[in-house]
Design a binder for this molecule. Structure first.
Ligand code: NAP
Length: 334
Protein backbone atom coordinates (compact mmCIF):
# COMPACT_ATOMS: atom_id res chain seq x y z
CA UNK A 1 0.00 0.00 0.00
CA UNK A 2 0.97 3.65 -0.19
CA UNK A 3 1.27 5.97 2.77
CA UNK A 4 2.36 9.52 3.51
CA UNK A 5 5.47 9.37 5.68
CA UNK A 6 7.39 12.14 7.37
CA UNK A 7 11.13 11.69 6.72
CA UNK A 8 12.49 15.11 7.63
CA UNK A 9 11.11 17.97 9.71
CA UNK A 10 11.05 21.56 8.46
CA UNK A 11 9.22 21.75 5.13
CA UNK A 12 6.86 19.90 2.81
CA UNK A 13 9.97 18.44 1.11
CA UNK A 14 10.24 16.15 4.12
CA UNK A 15 7.06 14.18 3.34
CA UNK A 16 6.75 11.33 0.81
CA UNK A 17 3.76 9.39 -0.55
CA UNK A 18 5.47 6.03 -0.88
CA UNK A 19 5.13 2.26 -0.89
CA UNK A 20 5.16 0.63 2.57
CA UNK A 21 4.23 -2.86 3.81
CA UNK A 22 0.52 -3.59 4.20
CA UNK A 23 -0.45 -3.60 7.90
CA UNK A 24 -0.90 -7.01 9.54
CA UNK A 25 -3.96 -7.51 11.72
CA UNK A 26 -4.19 -9.24 15.09
CA UNK A 27 -7.14 -11.31 16.27
CA UNK A 28 -8.99 -8.31 17.75
CA UNK A 29 -8.13 -5.96 14.86
CA UNK A 30 -9.97 -4.63 11.84
CA UNK A 31 -8.31 -3.68 8.57
CA UNK A 32 -9.79 -0.48 7.16
CA UNK A 33 -9.57 0.86 3.63
CA UNK A 34 -9.18 4.56 4.26
CA UNK A 35 -11.48 6.74 2.13
CA UNK A 36 -10.86 10.20 3.61
CA UNK A 37 -8.40 11.93 5.95
CA UNK A 38 -8.92 15.44 7.32
CA UNK A 39 -5.99 17.75 8.00
CA UNK A 40 -5.35 18.99 11.50
CA UNK A 41 -2.89 21.52 12.82
CA UNK A 42 -0.87 18.78 14.51
CA UNK A 43 -0.18 17.06 11.14
CA UNK A 44 1.11 20.35 9.80
CA UNK A 45 2.98 21.04 13.07
CA UNK A 46 4.93 17.75 12.86
CA UNK A 47 5.96 18.54 9.27
CA UNK A 48 7.04 22.10 10.04
CA UNK A 49 8.61 21.33 13.40
CA UNK A 50 6.27 23.45 15.51
CA UNK A 51 5.12 20.24 17.23
CA UNK A 52 7.81 18.18 18.96
CA UNK A 53 8.33 14.70 17.59
CA UNK A 54 7.51 11.89 19.99
CA UNK A 55 8.93 9.05 17.91
CA UNK A 56 11.64 8.28 15.41
CA UNK A 57 11.33 9.18 11.72
CA UNK A 58 9.96 8.10 9.35
CA UNK A 59 6.35 7.55 10.43
CA UNK A 60 2.96 7.75 8.76
CA UNK A 61 1.16 11.05 9.30
CA UNK A 62 -2.57 11.57 9.73
CA UNK A 63 -4.89 11.98 12.73
CA UNK A 64 -8.46 11.70 11.52
CA UNK A 65 -9.94 9.19 9.07
CA UNK A 66 -13.05 7.53 7.75
CA UNK A 67 -13.13 4.28 5.80
CA UNK A 68 -14.60 0.82 5.33
CA UNK A 69 -13.73 -2.40 7.16
CA UNK A 70 -12.26 -4.83 4.61
CA UNK A 71 -10.99 -7.59 6.91
CA UNK A 72 -11.64 -8.61 10.53
CA UNK A 73 -9.58 -10.66 12.98
CA UNK A 74 -11.16 -13.89 14.30
CA UNK A 75 -12.08 -12.39 17.70
CA UNK A 76 -13.63 -9.13 16.42
CA UNK A 77 -17.22 -8.87 17.69
CA UNK A 78 -18.38 -5.30 17.00
CA UNK A 79 -17.60 -4.85 13.30
CA UNK A 80 -18.05 -6.75 10.06
CA UNK A 81 -16.67 -6.35 6.57
CA UNK A 82 -18.36 -3.39 4.85
CA UNK A 83 -18.94 -1.31 8.03
CA UNK A 84 -18.16 2.40 7.70
CA UNK A 85 -15.92 3.51 10.55
CA UNK A 86 -14.02 6.49 11.91
CA UNK A 87 -10.75 6.19 13.82
CA UNK A 88 -10.07 7.44 17.34
CA UNK A 89 -7.13 9.85 17.63
CA UNK A 90 -5.84 8.39 20.92
CA UNK A 91 -6.10 4.76 20.05
CA UNK A 92 -6.10 3.37 23.62
CA UNK A 93 -8.25 6.04 25.26
CA UNK A 94 -11.34 3.90 25.47
CA UNK A 95 -12.87 5.74 28.43
CA UNK A 96 -12.20 7.25 31.83
CA UNK A 97 -9.48 9.76 32.54
CA UNK A 98 -6.50 10.28 30.26
CA UNK A 99 -3.30 8.63 31.47
CA UNK A 100 0.24 8.36 30.13
CA UNK A 101 -0.40 5.16 28.16
CA UNK A 102 -3.61 6.46 26.58
CA UNK A 103 -1.97 9.80 25.75
CA UNK A 104 0.93 8.03 24.06
CA UNK A 105 -1.28 6.28 21.50
CA UNK A 106 -1.90 9.21 19.16
CA UNK A 107 -2.34 8.43 15.49
CA UNK A 108 0.17 10.18 13.26
CA UNK A 109 2.31 11.18 16.25
CA UNK A 110 3.14 8.46 18.72
CA UNK A 111 1.86 5.63 16.49
CA UNK A 112 1.60 5.43 12.70
CA UNK A 113 -1.25 7.56 11.39
CA UNK A 114 -4.03 7.22 8.85
CA UNK A 115 -2.63 8.97 5.80
CA UNK A 116 -2.45 5.57 4.10
CA UNK A 117 -4.49 3.37 1.81
CA UNK A 118 -5.03 0.79 4.55
CA UNK A 119 -4.81 0.95 8.35
CA UNK A 120 -5.16 -1.71 11.07
CA UNK A 121 -6.93 -0.81 14.29
CA UNK A 122 -7.92 -2.67 17.43
CA UNK A 123 -11.71 -2.88 17.24
CA UNK A 124 -11.89 -0.70 20.35
CA UNK A 125 -10.14 2.10 18.50
CA UNK A 126 -12.74 2.69 15.79
CA UNK A 127 -16.38 3.73 15.97
CA UNK A 128 -19.23 3.33 13.48
CA UNK A 129 -19.44 6.44 11.28
CA UNK A 130 -22.70 8.41 11.33
CA UNK A 131 -24.74 7.25 8.34
CA UNK A 132 -25.87 10.76 7.34
CA UNK A 133 -22.31 11.94 6.68
CA UNK A 134 -20.04 11.25 3.69
CA UNK A 135 -16.57 9.78 4.28
CA UNK A 136 -15.10 13.26 3.82
CA UNK A 137 -17.41 14.75 6.45
CA UNK A 138 -17.04 11.81 8.86
CA UNK A 139 -13.24 12.16 8.70
CA UNK A 140 -13.49 15.49 10.53
CA UNK A 141 -15.18 14.23 13.67
CA UNK A 142 -12.68 12.52 15.92
CA UNK A 143 -10.24 15.40 16.44
CA UNK A 144 -11.86 18.83 15.93
CA UNK A 145 -15.46 17.69 16.34
CA UNK A 146 -14.87 15.56 19.42
CA UNK A 147 -12.81 18.28 21.13
CA UNK A 148 -15.66 20.76 20.71
CA UNK A 149 -18.26 18.20 21.85
CA UNK A 150 -16.33 17.21 24.96
CA UNK A 151 -15.76 20.78 26.09
CA UNK A 152 -19.39 21.75 25.62
CA UNK A 153 -20.74 18.64 27.35
CA UNK A 154 -18.20 18.31 30.15
CA UNK A 155 -17.38 21.87 31.16
CA UNK A 156 -20.59 22.26 33.16
CA UNK A 157 -22.21 25.00 31.04
CA UNK A 158 -25.93 24.58 30.57
CA UNK A 159 -28.39 25.64 27.90
CA UNK A 160 -29.00 29.39 27.86
CA UNK A 161 -25.55 30.25 29.26
CA UNK A 162 -22.98 32.30 27.34
CA UNK A 163 -20.08 30.80 25.44
CA UNK A 164 -17.20 32.61 23.72
CA UNK A 165 -15.53 30.80 20.84
CA UNK A 166 -12.35 32.12 19.23
CA UNK A 167 -11.63 32.24 15.50
CA UNK A 168 -12.86 30.19 12.57
CA UNK A 169 -10.59 27.17 12.95
CA UNK A 170 -12.02 23.70 12.79
CA UNK A 171 -12.57 23.21 16.53
CA UNK A 172 -14.28 26.59 16.74
CA UNK A 173 -16.59 26.01 13.77
CA UNK A 174 -17.72 22.72 15.27
CA UNK A 175 -18.13 24.41 18.65
CA UNK A 176 -20.37 27.12 17.21
CA UNK A 177 -22.60 24.65 15.42
CA UNK A 178 -22.86 22.35 18.43
CA UNK A 179 -23.36 25.22 20.88
CA UNK A 180 -26.21 26.51 18.71
CA UNK A 181 -27.99 23.13 18.86
CA UNK A 182 -27.37 22.96 22.62
CA UNK A 183 -29.05 26.31 23.17
CA UNK A 184 -26.12 28.44 24.30
CA UNK A 185 -25.81 32.16 23.67
CA UNK A 186 -22.76 32.33 21.41
CA UNK A 187 -20.12 35.04 21.12
CA UNK A 188 -17.31 34.62 18.61
CA UNK A 189 -14.11 36.38 17.59
CA UNK A 190 -12.39 36.53 14.23
CA UNK A 191 -9.61 38.53 12.66
CA UNK A 192 -11.26 38.50 9.21
CA UNK A 193 -14.27 40.71 8.37
CA UNK A 194 -15.43 38.11 5.80
CA UNK A 195 -15.62 35.48 8.50
CA UNK A 196 -17.96 37.59 10.62
CA UNK A 197 -20.78 36.74 8.21
CA UNK A 198 -19.98 33.02 8.35
CA UNK A 199 -19.95 33.07 12.15
CA UNK A 200 -23.32 34.83 12.28
CA UNK A 201 -24.79 32.39 9.77
CA UNK A 202 -23.57 29.51 11.92
CA UNK A 203 -25.39 30.96 14.93
CA UNK A 204 -23.11 33.46 16.71
CA UNK A 205 -25.17 36.13 18.47
CA UNK A 206 -22.27 38.58 18.80
CA UNK A 207 -19.05 38.68 16.74
CA UNK A 208 -15.95 40.74 17.63
CA UNK A 209 -13.02 41.38 15.31
CA UNK A 210 -9.97 40.75 17.49
CA UNK A 211 -7.74 42.76 15.14
CA UNK A 212 -10.00 45.83 15.23
CA UNK A 213 -10.50 45.31 18.99
CA UNK A 214 -7.24 43.87 20.38
CA UNK A 215 -8.79 44.27 23.85
CA UNK A 216 -11.72 42.08 22.78
CA UNK A 217 -12.45 41.02 26.34
CA UNK A 218 -13.69 44.57 27.01
CA UNK A 219 -16.16 44.18 24.13
CA UNK A 220 -17.36 40.91 25.61
CA UNK A 221 -17.93 42.60 28.94
CA UNK A 222 -19.73 45.48 27.23
CA UNK A 223 -21.98 43.12 25.23
CA UNK A 224 -22.85 41.05 28.31
CA UNK A 225 -23.54 43.97 30.66
CA UNK A 226 -20.26 43.27 32.50
CA UNK A 227 -21.36 39.74 33.37
CA UNK A 228 -18.89 38.00 31.04
CA UNK A 229 -19.33 34.59 29.45
CA UNK A 230 -19.70 31.29 31.28
CA UNK A 231 -17.23 29.44 29.06
CA UNK A 232 -14.38 30.56 26.80
CA UNK A 233 -13.04 28.09 24.26
CA UNK A 234 -9.52 29.47 23.91
CA UNK A 235 -7.69 28.22 20.83
CA UNK A 236 -5.13 31.04 20.78
CA UNK A 237 -3.26 30.58 24.06
CA UNK A 238 -0.33 32.94 24.76
CA UNK A 239 -1.53 36.40 25.73
CA UNK A 240 -5.11 35.39 25.05
CA UNK A 241 -5.43 33.43 28.29
CA UNK A 242 -5.37 36.50 30.49
CA UNK A 243 -7.93 38.17 28.21
CA UNK A 244 -10.13 35.09 28.44
CA UNK A 245 -9.88 35.24 32.25
CA UNK A 246 -11.05 38.85 32.07
CA UNK A 247 -13.93 37.91 29.73
CA UNK A 248 -15.20 34.98 31.78
CA UNK A 249 -18.02 35.27 34.30
CA UNK A 250 -17.93 34.39 37.99
CA UNK A 251 -17.65 30.59 38.37
CA UNK A 252 -16.97 30.24 34.65
CA UNK A 253 -14.37 28.21 32.80
CA UNK A 254 -11.59 28.95 30.35
CA UNK A 255 -11.10 25.82 28.24
CA UNK A 256 -7.61 25.86 26.75
CA UNK A 257 -7.47 24.02 23.44
CA UNK A 258 -4.68 25.50 21.32
CA UNK A 259 -1.69 27.78 21.33
CA UNK A 260 -1.72 29.60 17.99
CA UNK A 261 -0.68 32.73 19.86
CA UNK A 262 2.08 31.04 21.87
CA UNK A 263 2.68 28.23 24.35
CA UNK A 264 3.62 30.55 27.23
CA UNK A 265 1.15 32.75 29.11
CA UNK A 266 1.40 35.17 31.99
CA UNK A 267 -1.80 35.39 33.97
CA UNK A 268 -3.03 37.43 36.88
CA UNK A 269 -3.97 34.86 39.49
CA UNK A 270 -6.11 37.38 41.33
CA UNK A 271 -8.46 37.63 38.33
CA UNK A 272 -8.79 33.89 38.35
CA UNK A 273 -9.23 33.41 42.08
CA UNK A 274 -11.52 36.39 42.60
CA UNK A 275 -13.98 35.03 40.06
CA UNK A 276 -13.62 31.38 41.11
CA UNK A 277 -12.69 30.48 37.55
CA UNK A 278 -11.52 27.09 36.27
CA UNK A 279 -8.66 27.10 33.76
CA UNK A 280 -8.71 23.68 32.09
CA UNK A 281 -6.80 21.95 29.32
CA UNK A 282 -8.71 19.77 26.85
CA UNK A 283 -7.35 17.25 24.43
CA UNK A 284 -9.89 15.55 22.10
CA UNK A 285 -11.72 12.71 23.88
CA UNK A 286 -12.08 8.99 24.46
CA UNK A 287 -13.91 6.32 22.48
CA UNK A 288 -16.77 6.59 25.03
CA UNK A 289 -16.97 10.32 24.27
CA UNK A 290 -16.94 9.62 20.52
CA UNK A 291 -19.67 7.01 21.00
CA UNK A 292 -21.78 9.68 22.71
CA UNK A 293 -20.98 12.25 20.03
CA UNK A 294 -22.03 10.10 17.03
CA UNK A 295 -25.63 9.45 18.21
CA UNK A 296 -25.89 13.07 19.35
CA UNK A 297 -25.01 14.08 15.78
CA UNK A 298 -27.69 11.78 14.41
CA UNK A 299 -30.27 13.51 16.61
CA UNK A 300 -28.87 16.94 15.75
CA UNK A 301 -27.89 16.45 12.11
CA UNK A 302 -25.39 19.22 11.62
CA UNK A 303 -22.84 18.83 8.86
CA UNK A 304 -19.19 19.76 9.42
CA UNK A 305 -18.13 22.98 7.71
CA UNK A 306 -15.97 21.89 4.78
CA UNK A 307 -13.46 24.16 3.04
CA UNK A 308 -12.28 21.85 0.27
CA UNK A 309 -11.81 18.20 -0.65
CA UNK A 310 -8.59 17.18 -2.43
CA UNK A 311 -7.40 13.98 -4.05
CA UNK A 312 -3.74 14.78 -3.37
CA UNK A 313 -2.10 15.65 -0.06
CA UNK A 314 0.37 18.32 -1.25
CA UNK A 315 -2.13 20.95 -2.47
CA UNK A 316 -4.19 20.22 0.64
CA UNK A 317 -1.25 21.02 2.96
CA UNK A 318 -0.33 24.08 0.89
CA UNK A 319 -3.89 25.39 1.23
CA UNK A 320 -3.84 24.53 4.94
CA UNK A 321 -0.75 26.67 5.36
CA UNK A 322 -2.45 29.71 3.81
CA UNK A 323 -5.63 29.31 5.91
CA UNK A 324 -7.63 31.47 3.56
CA UNK A 325 -10.96 29.74 3.90
CA UNK A 326 -12.66 28.52 7.08
CA UNK A 327 -13.62 24.85 7.26
CA UNK A 328 -12.01 21.45 7.10
CA UNK A 329 -9.58 20.43 4.39
CA UNK A 330 -9.91 16.78 3.52
CA UNK A 331 -8.00 14.41 1.26
CA UNK A 332 -10.17 11.79 -0.38
CA UNK A 333 -8.87 8.38 -1.52
CA UNK A 334 -10.45 6.23 -4.24
N1 NAP B 1 -6.78 20.29 22.31
C1 NAP B 1 -7.20 19.57 21.27
O1 NAP B 1 -7.67 18.45 21.39
C2 NAP B 1 -7.08 20.16 19.92
C3 NAP B 1 -7.77 19.63 18.83
C4 NAP B 1 -7.65 20.25 17.61
C5 NAP B 1 -6.86 21.39 17.51
N2 NAP B 1 -6.18 21.84 18.58
C6 NAP B 1 -5.35 23.06 18.54
O2 NAP B 1 -6.24 24.16 18.51
C7 NAP B 1 -5.67 25.20 17.73
C8 NAP B 1 -6.64 25.54 16.63
O3 NAP B 1 -6.76 24.47 15.77
P1 NAP B 1 -7.95 24.42 14.73
O4 NAP B 1 -7.69 23.23 13.88
O5 NAP B 1 -9.24 24.55 15.39
O6 NAP B 1 -7.74 25.81 13.99
P2 NAP B 1 -7.13 26.15 12.59
O7 NAP B 1 -7.94 25.43 11.58
O8 NAP B 1 -5.67 26.02 12.65
O9 NAP B 1 -7.52 27.73 12.48
C9 NAP B 1 -7.13 28.67 13.37
C10 NAP B 1 -8.06 29.89 13.30
O10 NAP B 1 -8.02 30.48 14.56
C11 NAP B 1 -8.07 31.90 14.43
N3 NAP B 1 -6.90 32.47 15.09
C12 NAP B 1 -5.60 32.37 14.72
N4 NAP B 1 -4.84 33.05 15.58
C13 NAP B 1 -5.67 33.59 16.48
C14 NAP B 1 -5.48 34.41 17.60
N5 NAP B 1 -4.28 34.83 17.98
N6 NAP B 1 -6.58 34.78 18.32
C15 NAP B 1 -7.80 34.35 17.97
N7 NAP B 1 -8.03 33.57 16.90
C16 NAP B 1 -6.98 33.21 16.17
C17 NAP B 1 -8.09 32.21 12.95
O11 NAP B 1 -9.46 32.47 12.62
P3 NAP B 1 -9.86 33.87 11.93
O12 NAP B 1 -9.08 33.91 10.64
O13 NAP B 1 -11.31 33.79 11.72
O14 NAP B 1 -9.42 34.94 12.86
C18 NAP B 1 -7.59 30.93 12.32
O15 NAP B 1 -8.12 30.69 11.06
C19 NAP B 1 -4.31 24.70 17.25
O16 NAP B 1 -3.34 25.14 18.16
C20 NAP B 1 -4.46 23.19 17.34
O17 NAP B 1 -3.22 22.55 17.52
C21 NAP B 1 -6.27 21.27 19.77
Amino acid sequence: MKALRLHRVGSFDGIRWEEVADPAIGEFDVLVKIHAVSLNYRDYGFIKGTYSLVRDLPFILGSDSAGVVVKVGPKVSQFKIGDRVISLLRQYWYGGKLDVRKAASQLGGSVDGVFSELAAFHEGSVVHAPSHLSFEEAATLSTAGLTAFRILTQSGVTSGQRVLIQGTGSVSLFAIQLAGKMGFQIFATTGQPNNEIILKELGAHGVINYKAFPQWQKEINRLTGNKGVDLVIDIAGGTSIQQSLEAVAMNGEVAVVGFLNGTQSTIDLVTMIRKNVRLSGYTTGSRDDLQRFVPWLKGNPIRPTMAEVYTDFMPAFQTFEKREKPGKLVVKFD
